[in-house]
Design a protein around this ligand. Structure first.
Ligand code: NDP
Length: 335
């Protein structure tokens, strides 16, 4: 079995030297144990935030699509494909009832339903955590009504690219911000966004005055920081903000955090609602989100982009690429 451990706590931008690739012998299976073999692994921005609280030497946390190779558990049979929180490792021997996520919560691996023509890797993206973050976050937190205007940041990424498309399905005007011109072109030409702007070259306020002259009703915030302050200033009365992530600050020095303009004035005067959420909030209806997004895919309404990186040894590089914006859509590592 190969695995990556956390060698150092990250200082600013994570580096390859913060990880160590190791080999390990697997223990024999006890009653209740299952041997899982990784097929696709996920890297996600939350690993940056959570890992600072984890002990050095721990196996890097995260989800994977794995196949059952041996089983001494009645609910898991050889050949089943599962999503499990096994971390960055090629093989895992575990009792499914005792698996714990990177957040320290019990997280039983789940057996994947038949996706039809959709590849298994989608279980880590559109038909998994990012897809459910987009579906539940948008519908339950932003509570959009047809005809309203939605802004989404990190719009070409795993979550953002789905949020914008679901927004179009719900008859919203959708404006995305992403960090490259080709990403913006893809959003408007392939993914049905009404507008997409490069936040590195366009002033956010000016872009919104052009694309949303009547104001913004819903903001799906993936990045935080000054971009979010600018969006909130352009919101309408009773606007809703889904605080999903703040990737603009994940690599910041905690003693010298990035400064963003004060937003309380806009929040008070426009009576905005801001709500943070974790996708795990909807764990009891997890499959409803997966079924819904699969239905949208089958109807041809929802496209999903993947940046597939081949080779388990490249987990660390794949992780780093999220912070330089090299990915479009969901990054998955194919073993
Ligand atoms: P993405 O696929 O969107 O990858 C991250 C993207 O963020 C990069 O491609 C890059 O795109 C953008 N980015 C990186 N640094 C910055 C920066 N300094 N300022 C602005 N944009 C930046 O990742 P996910 O879709 O998986 O996650 C998106 C956000 O959603 C993250 O904040 C993540 O933590 C959060 N999240 C929250 C969940 C929850 O349950 N609350 C669940 C899943 C994700 P670009 O080229 O546009 O800069």
């Amino acid at each position: 079995c190969k695995k990556f451990i956390l060698k150092n706590h990250f200082d600013g931008m994570p580096k390859k030297t913060d990880f160590k690739l190791m080999e390990e012998d697997l223990p024999p299976l006890k009653d209740g144990d299952v041997l899982f073999e990784a097929v696709f692994l996920s890297v996600d921005p939350y690993m940056r935030a959570v890992s600072s609280k984890l002990p050095i030497g721990i196996t890097m946390i995260g989800a994977q699509v794995a196949r059952v190779k041996e089983s001494k558990h009645p609910d898991f049979k050889v050949g089943d494909n599962v999503v499990g929180q096994f971390g960055w490792r090629t093989h895992t021997v575990a009792n499914p009832d005792e698996v714990v996520s990177g957040f320290g919560e019990k997280s039983r691996p789940y057996i994947l339903p038949d996706f039809g023509d959709v590849p298994l890797s989608a279980a880590l993206g559109v038909l998994g955590m990012p897809g459910n973050t987009a579906w539940f976050g948008l519908t339950k937190i932003c509570k959009p009504k047809a005809g309203e205007t939605l802004v989404v940041t990190a719009a070409a990424g795993a979550v953002g690219s789905l949020v914008g498309q679901i927004g179009k399905i719900l008859d919203l005007k959708v404006i995305g911000f992403a960090g490259a011109d080709d990403k913006c072109k893809m959003l408007t030409e392939e993914l049905n966004f009404d507008y997409a702007f490069n936040y590195k070259t366009r002033d956010i306020t000016e872009a919104l005055k052009e694309a949303a002259p009547n104001g913004v009703d819903c903001y799906f915030d993936n990045v935080g920081g000054p971009i979010s302050s600018a969006v909130m200033n352009e919101m309408n009365t009773f606007g809703r903000v889904a605080c999903c992530g703040s990737i603009s600050a994940y690599n910041a020095d905690p003693k010298n955090p990035p400064l963003a303009p004060v937003v309380q004035n806009a929040i008070v005067l426009k009576q905005l609602s801001l709500q943070g959420f974790l996708s795990s909030r909807w764990k009891d209806c997890w499959f409803e989100g997966i079924v819904q997004n699969l239905e949208f895919i089958k109807q041809g309404k929802l496209k999903f982009k993947e940046s597939v990186i081949k080779g388990f040894e490249k987990m660390d590089e794949a992780f780093l690429s999220m912070f330089t914006g090299d990915n479009t859509g969901k990054i998955v590592i194919e073993v």
